[in-house]
Design a protein. Structure first.
Length: 110
């Protein structure tokens, strides 16, 4: 996303599909557009996405969409469904280094 683009999170509302996050994006002093990103309710009920993370997850998706298509028209809505959550989790898991959560036990002595 270009440095001249400013994205403002405006708020959310609950819908039958899930939570709808609203954004106001300024591309230039003359070009303002509004977008919504809905996270499917199943992502919250399965605890794969927390309510606190919803705005960040949504803004990340919107940034990707704008980067891929800077001419996306105002009023466009995007949906994040379970399949996208699965794909993002798999991608993050593949990119993150493996961590050992276990504690090393001392070597046995005789």
């Amino acid at each position: 996303m270009s440095q001249g683009i400013l994205m403002e999170y405006v708020g959310f509302r609950s819908t039958t599909q899930g939570r709808e996050y609203a954004f106001h994006v300024r591309f230039s002093s003359q070009d303002f557009r509004d977008f919504t990103v809905t996270i499917h309710s199943g992502a919250f009920t399965s605890r794969r996405v927390s309510f606190q993370d919803g705005p960040n997850v949504s803004s990340s998706r919107l940034k990707r969409e704008i980067a891929a298509n800077p001419d996306v028209p105002t009023g466009t809505s995007f949906l994040i469904d379970q399949k996208e959550i699965d794909n993002d989790e798999a991608k993050r898991a593949a990119e993150s280094p493996k961590r050992s959560h276990g504690r090393k036990l001392p070597a046995a002595t005789s």
